[in-house]
Design a protein around this ligand. Structure first.
Ligand SMILES: [Zn+2]
Length: 110
């Protein structure tokens, strides 16, 4: 009796791990995908997410979308502001705009 119980204990942990791998839910799988892109996921979580994706087309789509967003964010460049305020190009455009407005308001009405 005692021996059987010990055998059950020996089997319980790997079975629990296997169950954790196979029973991942969508919310957890998508969180793991997001963490993976941030480099913050465990190997076991990544494996579970991959197994989940194998049977879940919705999560496969989410991965493609997350990868697209990640790529876009990595390629997005933010131009630092020019030292001393506006760029020469911006100043030129503003001057032109002001000049055009001035010309329009100087026109006689009618
Ligand atoms: Zn899913």
């Amino acid at each position: 009796m005692k021996k059987t119980k010990r055998m059950g204990d020996w089997l319980r942990q790997p079975l629990r791990r296997l169950w954790r791998l196979l029973a991942m839910r969508c919310a957890h799988a998508t969180q793991v995908m997001s963490d993976e892109l941030d480099g913050a996921s465990t190997a076991e979580d990544r494996l579970a997410a991959r197994l989940h994706e194998a049977v879940c087309p919705g999560c496969r789509r989410v991965r493609v979308q997350l990868q697209g967003i990640d790529r876009w964010l990595r390629n997005a460049t933010v131009k630092p502001p020019e030292p001393g305020g506006l760029s020469e190009d911006a100043r030129r455009r503003i001057r032109r705009l002001l000049r055009d407005q001035q010309a329009t308001s100087d026109k006689p009405e009618g």
